[in-house]
Design a protein around this ligand. Structure first.
Ligand code: ADP
Ligand code: MG
Length: 235
């Protein structure tokens, strides 16, 4: 077990001001670097809200999330944006690729946004993108636009974009919810293999019990509360 967990979630509750909806209630757990966590539970139980809070996209109304020991709520908006761009990758159900950019351009985007701080040359960005596209089986699709891809290809491109900057944490919200079982399985195997090779921590929401088997830990939510945790990590 590492000394400092990658994520510490301490008594997190979240209420949306609209309709005063309580989406999370007193949620606490810790995630170590390199683990693969799966979030399950019925629609509306708080999975997306939890991912948004873990990914510094939303601030919980109570409690705290620490990323590598640092409280997310203590950061300024700019610091949070920088943290997201540097250390986090996101994969969504509806891919969210930019339609006017090619596959290679979509995947390169995070490296380009970080270019000022990393100083990476256009040539090394190109090389990194080409290598990842080939690992994703998308080398032949580099110059295609999203509308010219199958669903499975779109999601592989989105995974490329989420991993290109080697984030510490990958958050995936029902990434196969829009794919048929075969394509969904392939995408997940790839995601799981790439993350293991790179030591990336994954937290993924899914409805599929089969998908859940890929995870080290399964966290089940009910009405915004932890219903069960499949192992003893961090309870
Ligand atoms: P899940 O991803 O498990 O389906 P969500 O996190 O999306 O669940 O939603 C949890 C609860 O919060 C639901 O009751 C939902 O209606 C509510 N909710 C989600 N987003 C908002 C929002 N922007 N405003 C108000 N209520 C919301
Ligand atoms: Mg959701």
């Amino acid at each position: 077990m590492s000394l400092s967990p990658l994520l510490t979630v301490a008594k997190v509750s979240h209420t949306y001001p609209q309709h005063d909806t309580q989406a999370l209630c007193d949620v606490s757990f810790t995630v170590d670097a390199g683990e693969f966590w799966v979030l399950m539970g019925p629609s509306g139980c708080g999975k997306s809200t939890l991912l948004n809070v873990l990914g510094a996209m939303d601030t919980p109304t109570q409690g705290e999330v620490l990323f590598a020991g640092q409280s997310l709520s203590s950061l300024s908006d700019n610091e949070r944006t920088l943290l997201r761009r540097t250390h986090m990758g996101y994969v969504f159900q509806f891919f969210n690729l930019i339609p006017t950019l090619t596959v290679a351009e979509n995947v390169a985007l995070p490296l380009q946004l970080n270019q000022r701080s990393t100083g990476l040359s256009a040539k090394s960005i190109h090389a990194k993108v080409a290598e990842l596209l080939s690992q994703l089986g998308l080398a032949q699709r580099a110059d295609y636009y999203p509308s010219q891809l199958s669903g499975g290809e779109m999601q592989r491109a989105a995974i490329g974009r989420a991993l290109i900057h080697q984030p510490k944490l990958l958050l995936a919200d029902e990434p196969t919810g829009n794919l048929d079982t075969d394509n969904g399985d392939k995408v997940l195997q790839l995601l799981s293999t790439l993350c293991k090779e790179r030591g990336t921590t994954i937290i993924m929401a899914t409805h599929s019990e089969d998908v859940a088997k890929l995870g080290d830990t399964v966290l089940r939510l009910r009405n915004g509360r932890i219903h069960s945790l499949s192992n003893a990590v961090g309870v």
